[in-house]
Every structure is written in structure tokens, then in C-alpha cells.
Design a protein around this ligand. Structure first.
Ligand SMILES: *Cc1c(COP(=O)(O)O)cnc(C)c1O
Length: 404
């Protein structure tokens, strides 16, 4: 008789965003006049920029011509894209990452989830609390998280991110082996300065740990002392894997392209993680579509760069509008300067789901309750800057008028 992976049965049922979506649609159904504005969306809304669309068309045409048709490509990505990544994301920052350390993929979510394949079951995993749920759930699925009791996984080490530590978690007080860090952070919108990341690289070296660094939001960084890559820290190539994505950088959430950096200097017990990841990808993955990789390459062209940066600027202006409105009504807010997320403290110790319901009812603005990202998210809500300018302004007008 076949047996299932029992770890899946341990996963808690309803996913945060489906619960939020259900609550919004129930509210909408009960109030036929409700014009709900979603400040909860974790997805971009601006269309692909013209240079990316041109590249898509051109590559699609190539696929229809005998001489330029392409079948299976390299599992690790085409050289034209890996070289463009090395040149534009690393060389310019003085980082010595080479093309054979770059693995192009269909998403940072899949990479963050799949990376657990190359690690043993008995590694101790540290995650931030609150956290992007993918790191937690994929470790639970592969049997590394233990059991889910009282809102927490028994084998995970939770690193609390709160107002006291400025949402930069303290180094663990016990030995941990795999450390997930995401900066600029989703959901808190906070970024990590260089000296802070240096402490983590030091910890990883001392303890033989591996840092899994998610920099999906690096394009939103505005502060000069905030590193865009973990490899800006000396020695990080010996202890860290980095995940990047074109999703938030260039609006590729529906187009799908990302990459993971596994440096050759990164070894565990003398074994190269670059070699293991390469083996894993070659076995389980057949590469990203040629057309999509040409589109990603176009993000690095001078026009592509200018056009995508204009979109990032647009979202960051939305973030500023949100921050100011929430501060005006007396809320304490974090994030939104180096990230498209604003993390707001609920007033008078209100619960995050309670405040979510309250704002929805009073203003018909939907947010995301912080508690959904982990126990320490209780007492906060997340707003995103991914809506249109018009809707962002309208939502903030309502909040100002109704909640002051
Ligand atoms: C959006 C996001 C990603 C990107 O995921 P893709 O699969 O590349 O779209 C990665 N990490 C975090 C924390 C995110 O919020």
C-alpha cells in the first residue's frame, strides 16, 4: 500500500492570503455597496516595461524560424542571461560572483522551497518571526520542522523581530545550522545595514551554518548603507546562498524568472553546495523558457533599467503616501523606505485580525493581519505599495477621514 508523506498532514489548514481573500469577499457580499480597496496585495500591478515586451516579441519570433528555434536550454540558464546578471548585479558592486555560480529559475519561491533538498533532515533551521511562510512550510514538508503546536513548529528556531530590536533579529542563543534571512523584509519592510549582516556572516563562519539570503526586494533599496547583496559582506561567499527574482524588480510575477547564487567557495563538510545544487537542478528542472530569459536579459539594457526603475519609484512613492497617512492618524509605522511594505502597529494593543476587521468595516480598505506571518506579527498589519496611485490615495483619504 502506498504511504503519503506524513509531514503534509501536519501543515495547518488555511493559508493566510486565502483567509484574507475570503473575509474580503464575504464582506463584499454582505455590503453590496462596498467598494473595497485592496492594500493587501503582494503582487505588482504595473505592466511589463516596453523593452521587456519588445524582447518577448523578438524571442517569440526567433522560436518560429528554423535557424533560430531553440529546444531544451541549459538547466542553469543561458549564458547571455547569467553573464548579464554577473555584470549588472555583482561586478558593479565589486562582488566576484561568476556565471557558473548563477542558477536561473522560474521563481525565488520555488528556489527557496527546493533548496531544502540538498540539506540533511536534522539541520536546525532558524526563521524570522514574522516570516515569509515559504521557508517554514517547505521545511515542514521535508520533515525538518517537527510538529505544529500552539502556532509554532517544535523544531524551528524562531527569531523574534520586533520594535525593540528594530525588526533585525538577535543572533541565536543556541546553535542553528540553516538561517533564513530576507532583507529588505517581507512583511516588515525593514532593511538590514552592512554592520548587521556582518554579524550574521561572522556567526555562520563560527558555527558552520549556511545563510539562505532572500533579496527579492533589493531593487527597492534607497539607503546607501544597505547592501543589495549578502556578498557585499566579506567572506559571505563561504557561508551564504542568495535568492533573487525579477518578480518585484521588473514585474515578472506572472512572467516567471529568478535566480539563485550558490558560490563555489561554499562548502559543508568539504562538499560543494554548488555541485549539489547543480545536480539537483539538472535532475529535477529543465530550465526557464528561452523567450522569458531574453525578457529578463532586457531588464539590464539601458532602457530596460530606466523603465523598471521608474516603476520601482512609483511604488516607493505609494509607500510614502501610505506611511504619511498612517502617521497622520497616529499609528507607529515601520518599513516602506527600502521596501514596498509598510508594517503598522495596531492602536491600543488591538489584535491584528481585530484591526484588520475594524479598518475593513470603517474604511473598506483591506490590509493583511500581521499575525498571519507568525506569532510575533500579532499587533501589526501589513499594507503594500503595489496598488495604483489613485487607489492608494483614495484608500489613504478614507483612512485619514475615518480613523483620525
Ligand atoms: C515575492 C517574493 C519572492 C519572489 O518570488 P517569485 O517566486 O520569484 O515570484 C521571494 N521572496 C519573498 C520574500 C517574496 O515576497
Amino acid at each position: 500500500m502506498a504511504k503519503i508523506n506524513e509531514n503534509f498532514t501536519k501543515l495547518p489548514g488555511s493559508y493566510l492570503f486565502s483567509t484574507v481573500a475570503r473575509k474580503i469577499s464575504e464582506y463584499g457580499a454582505a455590503h453590496s455597496d462596498a467598494d473595497i480597496i485592496k492594500m493587501s496585495i503582494g503582487d505588482v500591478t504595473l505592466p511589463l516595461v516596453p523593452s521587456v515586451v519588445d524582447a518577448l516579441h523578438k524571442a517569440a519570433d526567433e522560436m518560429g524560424v528554423q535557424e533560430t528555434f531553440r529546444g531544451y536550454g541549459p538547466e542553469q540558464g543561458y549564458d547571455f542571461l547569467r553573464d548579464a546578471i554577473v555584470k549588472n548585479d555583482y561586478k558593479v558592486r565589486g562582488i566576484n560572483i561568476t556565471a557558473d555560480e548563477i542558477f536561473v529559475s522560474d521563481g525565488a519561491k520555488s528556489d527557496c522551497g527546493n533548496i531544502v533538498d540538498i540539506f540533511a533532515k536534522d539541520n536546525k533551521v532558524a526563521v524570522c518571526d514574522p516570516v515569509y511562510p515559504v521557508y517554514v512550510d517547505t521545511n515542514a514538508m521535508s520533515g525538518r520542522a517537527g510538529d505544529f503546536v500552539g502556532g509554532k513548529w517544535s523544531n524551528l528556531y524562531y527569531m523574534v523581530c520586533n520594535e525593540e530590536n528594530g525588526f533585525l533579529p538577535d543572533l541565536p542563543t543556541e546553535k542553528v545550522d540553516m538561517i533564513y534571512l530576507c532583507f529588505p523584509n517581507n512583511p516588515t519592510g525593514m532593511a538590514a545595514p552592512k554592520d548587521y549582516l556582518e554579524k550574521w556572516v561572522g556567526y555562520a563562519k563560527e558555527n558552520g551554518s549556511v545563510i539562505l539570503f532572500d533579496s527579492a526586494y533589493e531593487a527597492f533599496i534607497t539607503d546607501e548603507n544597505v547592501p543589495h547583496s549578502i556578498y557585499e559582506i566579506e567572506g559571505a561567499e563561504e557561508v551564504a546562498i542568495e535568492f533573487r527574482s525579477f518578480s518585484k524588480t521588473a514585474g515578472f510575477t506572472g512572467t516567471r524568472c529568478a535566480y539563485t547564487v550558490v558560490p563555489k567557495a561554499l562548502t559543508v563538510d568539504g562538499v560543494s553546495l554548488n555541485a549539489l545544487w547543480n545536480r539537483r537542478q539538472c535532475t529535477k528542472f529543465n530550465g526557464v523558457s528561452y523567450v522569458i530569459q531574453r525578457a529578463a536579459e532586457a531588464v539590464y539594457s539601458p532602457e530596460g533599467r530606466a523603465q523598471t526603475q521608474a516603476n520601482i519609484k512609483y511604488y516607493l512613492e505609494n509607500a510614502k503616501i501610505i506611511r504619511e497617512a498612517l502617521q497622520d492618524i497616529g499609528l507607529t509605522v515601520f518599513g516602506g523606505v527600502n521596501a514596498p511594505y509598510i508594517w503598522a502597529k495596531t492602536p491600543n494593543g488591538m489584535g491584528s485580525w481585530e484591526f484588520f476587521d475594524y479598518i475593513l468595516d470603517k474604511t473598506r480598505v483591506a490590509t493583511t493581519p500581521g499575525e498571519g506571518f507568525g506569532p510575533s506579527g500579532e499587533g501589526y498589519i501589513r499594507l503594500t505599495a503595489f496598488s495604483s496611485r489613485e487607489k492608494t490615495e483614495e484608500a489613504m483619504d478614507r483612512i485619514r477621514k475615518t480613523l483620525k
